[in-house]
Design a protein around this ligand. Structure first.
Ligand code: OKP
Ligand code: ZN
Length: 343
């Protein structure tokens, strides 16, 4: 399987995140991608190629122009206002606060275009997030060109980012950008299966009213888990998209048997939908030793996830999302890919 990887992810390196009421070093760190790339090499998964530059157009197919403009200029605006530490949002327009105007000041803009504080913007963030999207798009082009599968080793991740807000370590929604590119290149139907531990709220939001993209997500129950405000089973799509969104909230402590049952149900729905192509939001923070998550999958379970995905028999683009047990992230992510190739 072809892997697409860019070293520029390294330019995005937030210093700290606010967690458990204190500032700690960011869990979403460059070493995550290094470990996955190291494992891809170690097992000889296949060629590793750099991304091509697809420019701004595919980004604005799923994100708003003003949001992309905000991301592009945020670091410059932040430093122009006299700060040189990571830019972080700290105030949000909830409930009856004004959403009909975008603040001029960078602190106001950071809050307007985000839903949490888990999104540090640093000097190299724009370059890293656009390259991460280009990694996904280069994988998409390979699959459109006839490859059975490709692995987009994206960093930063993307699935929490919606059309016009960032959050949860995510800025540009790489999986959504790739899914839209498949459609723009002629696919009629795309399924996105999100196996990251956290609900893919951004991806759901982007496609919620559409039937040309089916979205399915297995994740920690948002009643007790981040992102808390989306990802429940009764969110089934709206308007034209009614019936094309499927959430599988699972309790803390979920291990393989219950996870596999939900995955089988999701796979049956994908088979019934009959997509031309499949996009996998590949998070491996479902691992038993993940430091911020509460599922109990083991190393070997990831091989089985890959085998089940392969049985769907669709051209498949894997897009890297979360996973914070850094010593095991490469083993687990690449196990999914090896399971797929064997299956
Ligand atoms: C990004 B991805 C944990 C706090 C969670 C944000 C997590 C973002 C995960 N108690 N903070 O879905 O892996
Ligand atoms: Zn996650």
């Amino acid at each position: 399987m072809l892997t697409i990887y860019s070293d520029t992810h390294r330019l995005h390196h937030g210093k700290a995140e606010l967690i458990d009421g204190t500032l700690k070093p960011c869990f979403e760190m460059p070493r995550r991608a290094d470990m996955v790339l190291g494992r891809v090499r170690e097992v000889g998964l296949g060629d590793i190629v750099p991304p091509r530059d697809f420019g701004r157009h595919p980004l604005t197919r799923v994100h708003t122009e003003r949001y992309v403009h905000f991301l592009e200029h945020a670091w410059q605006d932040w430093t122009a206002s006299g700060r040189d530490y990571d830019a972080l949002p700290l105030v949000w327009p909830v409930r009856d606060l004004r959403l009909d105007r975008v603040p001029r000041d960078i602190d106001g803009r950071l809050g307007f275009f985000s839903f949490d504080a888990g999104v540090p913007i640093t000097a190299g963030t724009w370059q890293a997030i656009t390259d991460s999207a280009n990694v996904a798009l280069t994988g998409q082009a390979a699959v459109t060109g006839g490859a059975r599968a490709a692995f987009a080793l994206c960093r930063p991740p993307g699935h929490h980012a919606a059309a016009e807000y960032m959050g949860g370590y995510c800025y540009l929604n790489n999986a959504a950008i790739a899914a839209q590119a498949f459609l723009d290149d002629g696919a009629g139907r795309v399924s996105i299966l999100d196996v990251d531990y956290h609900h893919g709220n951004g991806t759901q939001s982007i496609f919620y009213h559409r039937r040309d993209v089916q979205f399915l997500s297995l994740h920690g129950d948002p009643d007790v888990e981040y992102p808390y405000f989306l990802g429940f089973a009764d969110e089934t799509g709206a308007g034209e998209g009614e019936g094309y969104n499927h959430n599988y909230p699972l309790p803390h402590g979920t291990a393989w048997p219950d996870y596999a049952a939900a995955l089988d149900n999701a796979c049956a729905r994908i088979a019934a939908y009959g997509p031309d192509v499949l996009v996998i939001s590949l998070g491996v923070d479902t691992f038993e030793h993940d430091p911020i998550s509460q599922f109990r999958l083991r190393n070997a379970d990831y091989l089985e996830i890959g085998r089940r995905i392969a049985r769907l028999g669709r051209p498949t683009l894997f897009v890297m999302e979360g996973g914070y047990a850094v010593e095991d992230i490469g083993i687990n992510a690449v196990n999914v890919l090896m399971g797929f190739e064997a299956g």
